[in-house]
Design a protein around this ligand. Sequence first.
Ligand code: NAD
Length: 334
Amino acid sequence: MRLLVTGGAGFIGSNFARWVLTNQPDVRLTNLDALTYAGNLASLADVEDHPRYRFVRGDVCDPALVGELVADADAVVHFAAESHVDRSIDDPAAFLRTNVTGAGVVFDACRRAEVDRVLHISTDEVYGSVEAPGRFGEGDALEPNSPYAASKAAADLLARSYGVTYGYPITVTRSANNFGPFHLPEKMIPLFVTNLLDGRKVPLYGDGGNVRDWTYVLDNVVAQWLVLTEGVPGEVYNVGAGNELTNRALTGRLLDRLGHGEDMIEHVADRPGHDRRYAIDTSKVAALGWHPASDLDEALDATVAWYRANEAWWRPLKDGGLSARRGTSPSGGR
Ligand code: NAD
């Protein structure tokens, strides 16, 4: 299979590319990535000379480049996006450009080239917030509450329209919060772990009662591969491990692992429009045969160990100011 991955220098994309190159010997993988602040070739340093891997630096909003690359692809997985909610609140324009226009360029190029399988990577945030014990199924309404989530929802709807209008099915996955290796230290878990490794406080939004479903990235990449190869084209699949935790409880687990107490929590003003709870029904992807292999605590242990062992990866990012986000109040969420 000739596979084009967009955004492969980011967090999930780099984990996915490594997993595919390691586990799928028949795949030749091209990674198209613009290397924004979030793209980092150091995340793929161990595979950069792999004989079945090629990196192309470029923008998913460039129709000529995307058209040229998809002409050579049997399948496309579209990860590239602006991904940080806090940044979307400060500057929505970049999110509209990459997450809506860029997705449109990719979908249209794939349709014209008649690429066999296209997987668009979306998020559970498109559904908005749900009170316990509710959980969203794939057919529920999209009620996004941040510019990030709205831009992702727009792309989901565009994907849907390609099936209806052109008879060209684009498959969509909506994943819950991921965590694991190569996650930028602007996001909650790596921000908190690296702060605590440096003996710095961790900024917790509001009352810390926001609930997320935490999914280990190495489980998620397996789900993405399964949906790409075995999913029904044009269908939507929720992906999440079902590890619901409040941000406060998650913070407690990280403090324990790094040998700190609650005095290291800095309570900061809540994020505007902060969704209270994300929860999804994952029975559809389970029916394809996906079940998360990792236990949450073991995956958190592995993640903390990875950040301890890989300071050379995260230190330049941290020193480059990635932790300085919305005003003086870095995030407690994705
Ligand atoms: P990330 O921010 O770590 O990586 C995004 C990558 O896209 C970067 O390598 C960046 O350089 C690249 N990129 C950005 N704009 C581009 C453009 N115009 N052209 C080409 N490349 C561009 O993001 P991530 O956390 O790995 O998320 C990947 C995808 O998964 C996104 O679509 C995101 O919405 C979705 N998602 C993420 C999570 C999560 O918890 N991280 C959960 C659900 C869904």
